[in-house]
Structures are given as structure tokens and as C-alpha cells.
Ligand binder design. Structure first.
Ligand SMILES: C[S@@+](CC[C@H](N)C(=O)[O-])C[C@H]1O[C@@H](n2cnc3c(N)ncnc32)[C@H](O)[C@@H]1O
Ligand code: SF4
Length: 440
């Protein structure tokens, strides 16, 4: 097996630009200037950008051995209470920022960790406190991430009452042996129990997350997982290819004990995603991005993803959250003590940031939109005054020669081969100084 096809330790998934490793505390003056001024209109527009809100709930029942998110598994009820109070206080501060500019929240995202770790009572209390300062009655999408084993029938009903429109369920796999091996807290019967409650509550949009390449995965089991996923008939299915960033349990084991990676190689993971996309397509789903298939494109909108990938503002709340306002990136304090402590002092818990150049904002939007499988050339001409095909002629040509995409004057379209390895295609568009740097 060629070394470069192995799943080595290191980040692969690209969610922003410039890389997070390039952000720093020195840029915090730029962040504060952006937050404490009315919203800037993006290039080529006379209107401020759409506004979104991200709330990070960092608790989990157990740490999955592959997970790289900032999560806590050892917190007691008082700690959760402390965190929820800090978050509510942060939202109060955020709601008074000038950058809000009277804009309603177009989309809201409760992400994790595991937002559904909160009890129904804690959730209602949190939302009541949030509603004292903000509202999302006019939001076109309110997403809430759930781990199956944390749900109960009343909690699911509460989520719907609180205005959640899109519930995303971390199923990951249907084999109990695979789930257990990878350190998941839930087993498959909990998925089926939760599914009945979710269907009964009537969310407009329900998504299932799967991972291709969990430790112990086999062709037979993966085929069974896809069959079971299709039988549940979710509105969308998101499939990640398993990666091993530096801080996962598996990565530490590989590096510390110098063992062979236990994760399938990239060609096999891509073959699994290809199989899943083909089966989902045969069941009536269509490609919405390199990771997601949707059942009915006219009913399911991805407000969070699509707005963010078109340069919207996103106010970040919660420990370690990432935000973007008036063209400036920022991240909150990544540690509990720093996050809670700064809020106790009445301050926003800003940690580091970066003010990208106009060219870097163009790169960011282009690589993010490439993940949808399609770029509209005119969009970039209108917004940034740049002909992307001219500017990156040799990069697009190289990708075309490698059969990863095709292009004409109007659009760039990824092939299926390109879609399956899109994250690997993106660094070609980075500025030279960002190509070799660590991503996170
Ligand atoms: C915040 S979690 C979703 C909610 C909840 N915490 C859960 O896991 O059920 C987001 C998703 O990231 C994906 N994920 C986490 N670690 C990953 C890794 N190392 N490689 C690929 N996908 C990963 C999983 O599919 C997971 O559902
Ligand atoms: S994958 Fe989800 S449940 Fe597992 S540790 Fe990460 S955030 Fe928590």
C-alpha cells in the first residue's frame, strides 16, 4: 500500500481559510473593531451580509476515540449550570454588539460536543434566557445536533417546541461492535427508539451523520449500514471520511505507541462513500455537497452551510467557537477556565483572530463553495471582481487533467472522482505560504 494513501495522523478536512494555525491574539484589535461597529456590506453589495448564530455545547457522555472536538465528559450538573449561565451571559453581550445592526438571525446552529446532552429542563431554561435578548422566530433554519442515546421522547418534543427545524442525528454506524470499538456512547437500539420520537415530533428536516472508515469497518457491514440508513428515510445523509487529527485517542495511540493506523486507507474510504452515494441516488437522493445527499432539494435548504460558504456573518458563542464578522475571523477562549472566567468579568471571551485580505476572502469562499461540487464563475466576478478561471488557470487545468473537475466560461463542475477527494484539491488554491503549514 502506498504510504500517501494510508490514513495518517493529521488534519484533512478544510472548513476555513487562512488555516487556523495562522490566527493569533495580535488580530484581536481588528476583531473588536469589527464587532463594535455597524456591519460592513460585503464587496459588491449594498446590504449587510446575512447573520447567523453558533452556540457550542461542549459536553458528551463519552469521548469517541476518533473525535477531535473540544468536549468535556467529566462535568457534573453544577458545571453544566455554570456553563449554561456563561453562555446566556455571552449571548446577552453579543446581542448588544453594534455589528448586529438590527439584523435578525437568518440561521442558528446548536453544535457540539453534544447539544442534546442538556436535559429538557436545562434546554428550556437556556432558551428562555436567550429569548430575553435575542429571538430566532424569523430564522429560516435552527439546527440542533443530537447523539442518539441522549434523547428521550419529551426531550425531542421540547426541541421541536423550542423552534428547532433541523435535527441532525449522529448515527455514525449501525453495528454495535463497531460503535463500541470506536468508543461511541450509543448502540443501535437507541437510534431506532429515537427515530420514532423524531418522526412523531415532525421536524421539517432530519439529517443522519455517518462515518466511512470507523475502526472495524468492512464492506459487508458498510453495505448493511447504507441499507438501514435508506430504510429510515431521512431528509439528508451526511457522510464523513474518517480522519485522525492530532488530538484524538486513536492518534495519540498511533503516535505514542508507534502502532499501525487502525483506520482503512483513503481509497477504500472513498470507495465506501462512492457506494453510499450511488445507493442513495438510486433511492431518490441527490448530491448537495461532497459530504451530503438530500432527498428533496426543493424542501431541504442548508441555510447555515450555504450562507457561511457565501461569506455570511456568524456570531460565535461558547467555548472554542469560531466566528466571522464584517470580514474578520475570530475564535473564543478554547479552555473552560478562560471562557467562564472572562464572562464572569463581564468581557467577551475573545481568544484569537485574523483579518483576511480581500484575496484571502476570495480563496475562502471559492474553496468552500467548491465543496458543493459547483462554482459559478460570474458570482466571483460580481463579488470580488476576479475571473477565477483566469486567476487559477493552471490549477483548474491540472485538476481537469486529473479528471477531478471540468470547466467552461460559466461554471466549474467537480466529477464524482473530484467530489470524493475535494479536501485534497483545495490547498492548490491556497497562497504559497499557506500550502505547507499545519492546518489547525
Ligand atoms: C459534533 S458531532 C455530532 C453530534 C454528537 N456529538 C454525535 O457525535 O452524535 C459532529 C460529527 O462529526 C463527525 N466526526 C467526528 N470526528 C470525526 C473524525 N475524526 N472523522 C470524521 N468525522 C468525524 C461525526 O460524524 C459526528 O457526527
Ligand atoms: S463525535 Fe460527538 S459524541 Fe463523540 S466525542 Fe465527538 S462530539 Fe462527542
Amino acid at each position: 500500500m502506498a504510504t500517501e494513501s494510508k490514513t495518517e495522523v493529521g488534519s484533512y478536512f478544510i472548513s476555513n481559510y487562512p488555516p487556523f494555525s495562522q490566527w493569533s491574539a495580535e488580530a484581536l484589535d481588528d476583531v473588536r473593531a469589527a464587532l463594535h461597529a455597524p456591519p460592513l456590506s460585503p464587496p459588491g453589495s449594498s446590504e449587510p451580509a446575512p447573520l447567523g448564530l453558533y452556540l457550542h455545547i461542549p459536553f458528551c457522555r463519552k469521548r469517541c476515540k476518533f473525535c477531535y472536538f473540544r468536549v468535556y465528559t467529566d462535568k457534573r450538573a453544577e458545571d453544566v449550570e455554570t456553563y449554561v449561565s456563561a453562555l446566556a451571559h455571552e449571548i446577552e453581550l453579543v446581542s448588544k454588539l453594534e455589528v448586529m445592526g438590527g439584523r435578525p438571525f437568518r440561521f442558528v446552529y446548536f453544535g457540539g460536543g453534544t447539544p442534546s446532552f442538556l436535559s429538557g429542563k436545562q434546554l428550556t431554561k437556556l432558551v428562555d434566557r436567550l429569548r430575553a435578548n435575542i429571538n430566532w422566530d424569523h430564522a429560516e433554519e435552527v439546527t440542533f445536533e443530537c447523539e442518539p442515546g441522549t434523547l428521550s421522547e419529551p426531550k425531542v418534543a421540547t426541541l421541536r417546541e423550542l423552534g428547532v427545524t433541523r435535527l441532525s442525528l449522529g448515527v455514525e454506524n449501525f453495528s454495535d461492535a463497531v460503535l463500541e470499538e470506536n468508543g461511541r456512547a450509543h448502540l443501535s437500539p437507541e437510534v431506532y427508539k429515537a427515530w420514532d420520537w423524531i418522526r412523531a415530533a415532525g421536524f421539517p428536516n432530519v439529517n443522519i451523520d455517518l462515518i466511512a472508515g470507523m475502526v472495524g469497518e468492512t464492506w459487508d457491514n458498510w453495505k448493511d449500514c447504507i441499507k438501514k440508513t435508506i430504510a429510515l428515510d431521512p431528509n439528508s445523509v451526511t457522510i464523513y471520511q474518517m480522519e485522525l487529527p492530532f488530538n484524538t485517542v486513536y492518534s495519540k495511540d498511533i503516535l505514542g505507541n508507534q502502532i499501525e493506523t487502525p483506520v482503512a486507507d483513503w481509497p477504500l474510504k472513498r470507495a465506501w462513500v462512492k457506494y453510499a452515494f450511488d445507493e442513495l441516488a438510486a433511492a431518490g437522493y441527490s448530491v448537495s455537497s461532497a459530504y451530503t445527499m438530500v432527498k428533496d432539494k426543493s424542501k431541504v435548504n442548508f441555510s447555515y452551510r450555504d450562507n457561511l460558504w457565501h461569506g455570511s456573518d456568524l456570531l460565535a458563542t461558547g467555548v472554542a467557537s469560531f466566528g466571522h464578522a464584517s470580514g474578520v475571523h475570530y475564535q473564543n477562549e478554547p479552555d473552560w477556565a478562560g471562557y467562564v472566567g472572562r464572562l464572569e468579568q463581564g468581557e467577551l471571551p475573545l481568544y484569537r483572530g485574523m483579518k483576511p485580505t480581500p484575496h484571502q476572502l476570495l480563496v475562502r469562499e471559492m474553496i468552500l463553495q467548491l465543496k458543493t461540487g459547483r462554482l459559478e464563475v460570474d458570482y466571483f466576478r460580481r463579488k470580488f471582481g476576479v475571473d477565477i478561471l483566469e486567476h487559477w488557470r493552471s490549477e483548474f487545468q491540472q485538476h481537469a487533467d486529473d479528471e477531478l473537475l471540468s470547466f467552461n466560461d460559466r461554471e466549474v463542475t467537480l466529477t464524482r472522482k473530484g467530489l470524493l477527494r475535494v479536501d485534497g484539491m483545495l490547498p492548490a488554491f491556497f497562497e504559497p505560504e499557506h500550502r505547507g503549514v499545519r492546518y489547525t
